[in-house]
Ligand binder design. Structure first.
Ligand code: TNX
Length: 489
């Protein structure tokens, strides 16, 4: 079936969970260790659930999984599914064990670990209800390589409805992502209600890139999204991009611009680097920055807060980044700044997000800054799935950013990396189906790069496992790119 799939020929029968020749089961990202057993667990449409109430997220996810497959809960059922919290230091905060034998046992030290065990089970089980179920006996021990496994969405150039974000969180959870970075503000739009500055949403929320969607999220909606994500192991990391990329803010509050700046109207083009908060008016700008950040932090409990800092040249740039980063730290959080912010004199705890492949990040690493890796030629999935795909950028890489290329990335080349993040910028990508097409299946490769050490990865095996998971993507309604490498073309 794999050979057929690689040759681009469809594979009619149901894909095996474990291939006869000992290929890994269909779990993406590939677990640290999988020991296949000899037998097979068969069960009809009911199981007994021994759930740890101490693990609410995992418990809910497991109940939803079983209900979605039409598997009823019955204490008298022969097959037991047990969620248990264990003290096993080797599992860390996100690791888990999954054992399938006479029953199914999921164990971890934390709710987060158990939630991931449930996701692996979700991938092993069929995507749709069946008359009965079979799972091969196996023992999985799994721990992620990196703590930061992120996706970034640019809702500023083009707004994404709440319902789409919720769907995206469900899909991310299946692949064990744990960070959703929302790029909430830019030249083309301001997407977050700020009560002290209501015109940001009223005026800044009403614009978008040409062809894109306008709109903004209320604080109440964002609080609900935070909770929704939290229940699925995902922390939402807000970004307020400053001091550049602020035309929507300047159009809302003209006084944030320097006197005499002419164009203070909303912007719908795709240029970058032309707008800036007036750093010569600190008495206007810093109270604004503080006021916005106070409300942002009150909505988002994430430890990390992204303050942007990209693509702007200004004599007071370093000073702004240092001062704003210090403000965030004084509020008890950890700032993230795009790579350019490394020139500022900040504390070494500030996270830097690398985005240009050739940026000289070594001096910042020497100072001790941890890195989030998003080098554009691997992780900018606003670039094509293939060379020349319509409605994509190619400024970073003419050939696009194909699945196989992402898969080949090794974060270990960067010693201070905390993880990786795939970024979808939205200058050219607006409709839900187009967003799906750019995100999937490439995010699955991003997930495996972040979770599985390079020494254990191989593209053919990944393609085989992803091929087997296609029904799961279909069941989630994902309008993915029909990737030829996976036999989906
Ligand atoms: C660079 S990445 C940008 C974005 C664009 C993106 C398009 C970064 C920090 N700045 O403003 O949307 O390229 O690929």
């Amino acid at each position: 079936c794999l050979l057929l799939a690689v040759a681009g020929i469809g594979c009619a029968h149901r894909p095996p969970v474990v291939a006869a020749d000992g290929e890994a089961p269909r779990i993406v990202p590939l677990p640290q260790r999988v020991e296949p057993g000899a037998g097979e667990l068969r069960f009809a449409r009911e199981v007994a659930l021994d759930a740890a109430d101490a693990a609410p997220n995992a418990g809910r996810a497991l109940r939803e999984l079983l209900a979605g497959l039409g598997i009823a809960l019955n204490d008298a059922a022969a097959t037991h599914v047990r969620l248990q919290l264990t003290e096993d230091a080797a599992l860390g905060g996100e690791g888990y064990r999954l054992a399938v034998a006479d029953g199914i046992v999921l164990s971890a030290r934390t709710d987060a670990g158990l939630f991931y065990a449930v996701q692996s089970l979700r991938q092993l089980l069929p995507a749709q209800a069946q008359p009965d179920y079979r799972l091969p006996h196996l023992a999985v021990v799994d721990v992620p390589s990196y703590p930061w496994r992120g996706v970034s969405l640019d809702v500023a150039r083009s707004f994404l409805p709440m319902a789409y974000l919720e769907r995206q969180i469900d899909r991310m959870a299946l692949f064990k992502f744990n960070r959703l970075h929302l790029h909430l503000t830019d030249d083309q739009g301001w997407r977050i209600e700020i009560k002290r500055y209501p015109k940001l949403a009223e005026i800044g929320g009403a614009s978008a890139v040409k062809g894109g969607r306008a709109g903004y999220y209320t604080q109440e909606q964002l609080r609900r999204l935070v909770a929704y994500a939290q229940a699925r192991g995902v922390t939402i990391v807000p970004e307020v991009d400053m001091p550049g990329h602020v035309q929507a803010a300047l159009a809302s509050y003209n006084e944030l611009a320097c006197d005499g700046v002419r164009n203070l109207s909303p912007y719908d083009g795709v240029d970058v680097g032309f707008s800036v908060l007036c750093l010569d008016k600190p008495d206007v700008v810093y109270p604004f920055v503080r006021g916005v950040l106070e409300e942002v932090l009150a909505i988002f409990p994430s430890r990390e807060i992204h303050i942007g800092g990209d693509e702007i040249k200004h004599p007071r740039y370093s000073d702004f980044v240092a001062r704003t980063a210090a403000m965030v730290e004084a509020m008890g959080r950890t700032p993230i700044v795009w790579e350019e912010g490394s020139v500022a004199d900040t504390s070494p705890g500030v996270l830097l997000q690398l985005w240009n492949d050739d940026y000289d990040i070594a001096p910042a690493v020497a100072k001790g800054h941890p890195l989030i890796l998003s080098p554009c030629s691997y992780f900018y999935i606003d670039h094509g799935n293939y060379a020349g795909q319509p409605e994509t950028y190619d400024w970073c890489r003419k050939e696009g950013v194909p699945l196989a290329r992402i898969y080949g990335f090794d974060p270990a080349a960067f010693k201070s990396a905390v993880g990786v993040e795939g970024a979808l910028w939205s200058e050219w990508v607006h409709a839900d189906a187009t967003v799906d097409n750019r995100l999937w299946p490439r995010l699955a490769a991003v997930a495996e790069v972040a979770w599985t050490p390079a020494s254990r990865r191989d593209y053919a095996g990944f393609a085989q496992r992803m091929g087997a998971l296609r029904p799961h993507l279909d069941a989630l309604g994902i309008r993915y790119h029909p990737e030829p490498d996976l036999g989906w073309a």
